[in-house]
Design a protein around this ligand. Sequence first.
Ligand code: ARG
Length: 461
Amino acid sequence: MKLWGGRFRKETDTLANDFQSSILFDCRLYREDIEGSIAHSQMLADCGIISREDQEQIKAGLEGILADIEAGKVEFTTDNEDIHMNVETLLTARIGEAGKRLHTARSRNDQVAVDLRLHLRREIGEITGQILDLQQAIADQAGQHQETVMPGYTHLQRAQPISFAQHLLAYGAQLSRDVTRLEDCKRRMNICPLGSGALAGTTHPIDRWQTAKLLGFDAPCGNSLDGVSDRDYVLELLSDLSILMMHLSRFAEEIILWCSWEFKFIELDDAYSTGSSIMPQKKNPDMAELIRGKTGRVYGDLMGLLATMKGLPLAYNKDLQEDKEAVFDAIDTVKMCLLVFTGMIATMRVLPQNMRKAAGGGFINATDCADYLAKKGRPFRDAYTTVGNLVYYCTENGKLLEELSLAELQNISPLFGEDVYEALSLETCMGQRKSYGGPAMEETTRQIEELIKFIKEYRHG
Ligand code: ARG
């Protein structure tokens, strides 16, 4: 018979039973469910609501169940709907009467809310660690390519010279925000719904501060209806994971471009590439493509739950059970993507000559040419027009700016002198961009140091 079977005279239809059961996916909450129950029973005993002997039996019983689950000795059943009822049923089967007292002053509604918060809190810690690993791989590659000149792009048109380090470190900075966003999410999530009961609290003299403290929460939630209805923390996590995936997807897209023969800026390691079943020459960046593809899936998890939540009246509704598959899927996807991404970045081979060659075309030193004239006193807007004319002249004559003779240059502006050639060299254009946050050596060194400091700080945070 069901734990709630008293009011019923008929068994649940088999199909309906399987349909509404969540044990196949919420079984991954077993640890948190047991942790929550141990804290709850301890509080019940401390408040004199159950006896000390019952509490001790409950604790020992739950610890035994935990050990057996971890040893693979427990089989969950859909007859018991979800992880909460599975554990409670197992407990009562093992310790008898005392097991039946565990659910005093508690409901599955506050139980599932507390389990999920505990679980997501832990997952955030793991995901953060994986992001830091990726940032470390980025810092390592950046350290090797502070002098590797490549074209920086806007509109995917060659724009100004940067270093490959600078490009990588942009992603490093984006990932730092992902880490701090997850931290914020964890902080807001860290409020305890246990003791909200089904929706309206309880008449038992419970101590919600005690359970909150025992479970490492900052405080109990202040409204019992909110406590069992709120899934903001799941949506917030899904939003953070969506933004994180968006960053990985943009990075993946660039890796795919860089691997193409049109760019050939990098070559991925064989271990992170795949071949074609028909075209013998192919080496495809499948990992990067799949990470880009899976981003849509994580967005879908967020959109799905947002849609599920939008019309729900307070307090608990069974619709809320849909939160778990969405967030578990997003977590599994993100963790897999991060692991693969880190390996891919750490092992990729950078091809600096090809980057340098690409940087040589496309007049990416044109801004520097205008800046040269501006530094000689010509108003920048006028200098800009002068160089625009020069670029036109060059395209008509098949030349680069630095290939023009001094006579040709002076024909357009008498301000040009011998030193213009030095000013137009890509190494100068990149190396002299020393403004704070720029691609010059000094600045990428600062960025790498700060990234390493960030990684250290959050590793132990
Ligand atoms: N399995 C349920 C869920 O995931 C637990 C809460 C069930 N509560 C209820 N009143 N049916 O949401």
